[in-house]
Structures are given as structure tokens and as C-alpha cells.
Design a protein around this ligand. Structure first.
Ligand code: CAA
Length: 377
């Protein structure tokens, strides 16, 4: 982090997070990576210290910029843990953006105050990158809405007590047919699939969720009918800097490990850090991290200042995710055979980094958003 640019309050926030990472996350990260178990106890501990629901009303109410400072540190401890935290902001931000004051009080406050989990349910088996092509249907019945369909890759889904669900009144209308709803997880008709056995970020809970004639009151509509897609896109504009900085955290940790190892490991009678081949790799890693961090904090600052930043958010997400993949792969390369084993930390970082190029919009989708903004203004 660029210490000289931080205020004393931001420095204190980063320091608190670092301590939490050192004392609580690091000691259990490898264990949960192996078991794929959800770190529920440690996440509740994070919530009690204000390290969850970072940007939300009734939560820590940090600016997006300050939230990014926290998330980088969390991700240096464990990316799956940080993803579980960011997923709560993702799930509740649509309500913060599109909800009335009463809805914020009713749907954000209890989750935040109890330290419970929530999930953002947009993606479906047949609608990933093409979010406007979703099929989960919603019909009106008296004073209720009735939702039926399948959601896929839902982060925190198995532990959430509340879902933010996007469903369509008329699939042929694509984006204009979609609305956003709050659905309590204990509503009749909801079933969760098994936790996915993932390559990386294994402690982050990922499930499919089936909605079978799930009935909710009309008061659970967020925004107006047909506004759901825009709310989803505005939410992603806001949360993509959080996932971008999560990538920066993974990459920074990979650099720190690589520097340490390169100074220890001896070959040809010298530390491998003395060889220019390794030095150039380290120099490129550091440069890519600095560029990713600056672009991400720039996007976060624009949003904090109330500006629209779809392009910058997507640029930050794209650069940081692709850089983290390259940097962590090179970290494994610097460690050589040892890096390929679970005895050392870098293979986990490489596995964790891969997901950053996929979730909250693939690197290809970020380019679509950037190009559209460039071409259409
Ligand atoms: N802000 C406000 N409005 C927006 C917007 C934005 N950023 N982006 C689009 N819109 C509006 C458009 O203006 C348009 O409205 P009008 O018709 O009134 O002009 C409407 O939304 C439809 O927009 P598009 O025509 O651009 O829609 P599209 O179908 O072409 O969308 C896309 C293209 C941008 C690629 C979009 O599908 C997309 O972002 N896909 C990726 C989805 C994604 O990121 N999913 C991740 C799920 S979350 C996840 O992974 C989380 C997890 O659990 C970890």
C-alpha cells in the first residue's frame, strides 16, 4: 500500500486488518483450503470487528476507497476468506442502491447487525456472461410475487439467510424484463445444492440454488419492475474495484513470498535473487502490482466522489485479475518444484488467482464493457 498517501485513520484501519489477518486468517488458511470448509467462526469474528459489510449502511459505512484498503490486506491472508466478505457487500449493495429507506432498514440492518450472510443471485446455469439472458421467472399472484428458476455459482449461498434475486417477468424483453427481489432463505420452495469442490478459493462457499414457486410479498421488490438489470450493473460497477483489489492482495502476497524465497534459495553457489533472470521477474511483478493498485484506487476514488466509473471499474478488474494470474504463476516458477507443492504458499495463490479472471464478470466481459464505454461514451 502507498503508505504516504494514507491518512492516519486509513493507516489505523490497515493496521487493524493486518493484525486480524496475522492472528486469525493466516493460521487457518491452509486448513480450510484443504478441507474446503466455510470459515464461519472466523468470518463472524471479522464481522464483530467491523471487517464485513464494509461499505454498507448500518455496517462499517466505509468509502469504497477505504474498503479497498481493507480488502487488499484480507486477500493477503486468504482470497477465499476475502471473497466471502466481499460477497456480503455484493449481495446487499442492490438494496443500498435501489431500495427505499424502509427497505434498507428492513433488509440490510438485521443482516449487518447479526453478522449473518447474504448472497447475490444473478448467474444461472445458462446465463453467466449474458446476464440479461437469465430465465428465472417471476409472476404476480395477488399481493405476492412467485419466483421459479435455478441460480448457479452463488457465493455464501449455503450459509446465507437472505438472497438478492434477479428474475424476469418476460424473458423476451431481456434487460428490460428483469426485476430485483429480496428473498429470505427460509422461504418455502428454496433448496441449495452441494458446495462446489473448486480449484481455488476453496473455503468460499459456492452453491447452486433452486427456487420452486417461491412466494414473497410485493414489498420485497427493489426499485421498480424492469429496473433489476440496471441495479445489477450499477452494483457490479461499485463492487468490481473490491474484487480488483482482492486480486492485488493475492499478487502482493505472491511478490512478498517470492522476494523472501529468492533471497534464501541458493543455486550455482549464489542466491537466486542475484540472477538477472529472477530480478526481472520480480521487477515486472512489482510494476504490475503497482499499476493494478493505482488503477483500482483511482476507480474507487471516482466512485467515492459520486462519479460513474463503469470503464475504470472494469479496467481495474481486468488488469488486476490478469496480472494476479501472471504474477502468481511466476511466483510458482521462482519457487521451482517446491512451489508446485502444498508445502509452500504460492500454489494456493496461483489457484486462488484463477477465479479472479472469472467471477464478477470474466476478463473478456470487462473488455466488452471498456470497449463499449470507449465507443459509445
Ligand atoms: N449502469 C447502469 N445501466 C447500465 C449499465 C451500468 N453499468 N450497464 C448497462 N446498463 C443498462 C443499459 O444502459 C441498458 O439500458 P437501456 O436499454 O435503458 O439503455 C440496459 O442496462 C441493458 O444494457 P446492455 O444492452 O448493455 O445489456 P447487455 O445484455 O448487452 O449486457 C454486459 C452486457 C455488460 C456484458 C452484461 O451482460 C454483463 O455485465 N455481464 C457480466 C455479468 C457478470 O458480471 N456476472 C457476475 C455475476 S456476480 C458474481 O460472479 C459474484 C459472485 O458470486 C462472486
Amino acid at each position: 500500500m502507498i503508505i504516504s498517501l494514507m491518512t492516519p485513520e486509513q493507516e489505523a484501519l490497515v493496521e487493524t486488518t493486518k493484525k486480524f489477518v496475522e492472528n486469525v486468517i493466516r493460521p487457518v488458511a491452509a486448513k480450510y483450503d484443504q478441507s474446503s470448509e466455510f470459515p464461519e467462526k472466523e468470518l463472524k469474528q471479522a464481522a464483530s470487528q467491523g471487517l464485513v459489510n464494509l461499505t454498507l449502511p448500518f455496517g462499517s459505512e466505509l468509502s469504497l476507497y477505504d474498503a479497498c484498503l481493507v480488502i487488499e490486506e484480507l486477500a493477503k491472508g486468504c482470497a477465499g476468506f476475502a471473497t466471502s466478505i466481499v460477497a456480503n457487500d455484493l449481495a446487499l449493495t442492490p438494496i443500498a442502491i435501489g431500495g427505499t429507506a424502509d427497505q434498507k432498514e428492513k433488509f440490510i440492518k438485521p443482516i449487518v447487525e447479526s453478522g449473518e450472510f447474504a448472497s447475490f443471485c444473478l448467474t444461472e446455469p445458462g446465463a453467466g456472461s449474458d446476464a440479461a439472458g437469465l430465465s428465472t421467472s417471476v409472476t404476480t399472484d395477488g399481493d405476492d410475487y412467485v419466483i421459479t428458476g435455478n441460480k448457479q455459482w452463488i457465493t455464501n449461498g449455503g450459509y446465507a439467510t437472505q438472497y438478492t434475486v434477479f428474475a424476469t417477468h418476460d424473458k423476451s424483453k431481456r434487460a428490460k424484463g428483469i426485476s430485483c427481489f429480496v428473498v429470505p432463505a427460509n422461504t418455502k420452495g428454496i433448496t441449495c445444492g452441494h458446495h462446489e469442490d473448486k480449484l481455488g478459493q476453496r473455503c468460499s462457499n459456492t452453491v447452486a440454488i433452486n427456487f420452486d414457486q417461491v412466494r414473497i410479498p410485493k414489498a420485497n421488490l427493489i426499485g421498480k419492475e424492469g429496473e433489476g438489470f440496471k441495479i445489477a450493473m450499477q452494483t457490479l460497477d461499485f463492487t468490481r474495484p473490491m474484487t480488483a483489489i482482492l486480486s492485488v492482495g493475492i499478487a502482493q502476497r505472491a511478490l512478498e513470498c517470492s522476494l523472501e524465497y529468492a533471497k534464501e534459495r541458493k543455486q550455482f553457489g549464489a542466491e537466486i535473487a542475484s540472477f538477472q533472470g529472477i530480478q526481472f521477474m520480480l521487477a515486472d511483478m512489482a510494476t504490475m502490482i503497482e499499476a493494478s493498485r493505482l488503477l483500482t484506487l483511482h476507480a474507487a476514488k471516482l466512485i467515492t466522489d459520486g462519479k460513474k466509473a463503469s470503464k475504470e471499474s472494469s479496467m481495474a478488474k481486468r488488469l488486476s485479475a490478469d496480472s494476479a494470474m501472471e504474477i502468481t504463476t511466476n511466483a510458482v516458477q521462482i519457487y521451482g518444484g517446491y512451489g508446485y507443492t502444498k508445502e509452500y504458499p504460492v500454489e494456493k495463490l496461483m489457484r486462488d488467482a484463477k477465479l479472479m479472471q472469472i467471477y464478477e464478470g470474466t476478463s473478456q466481459i470487462q473488455r466488452v464493457v471498456i470497449a463499449r464505454e470507449l465507443l459509445n461514451g
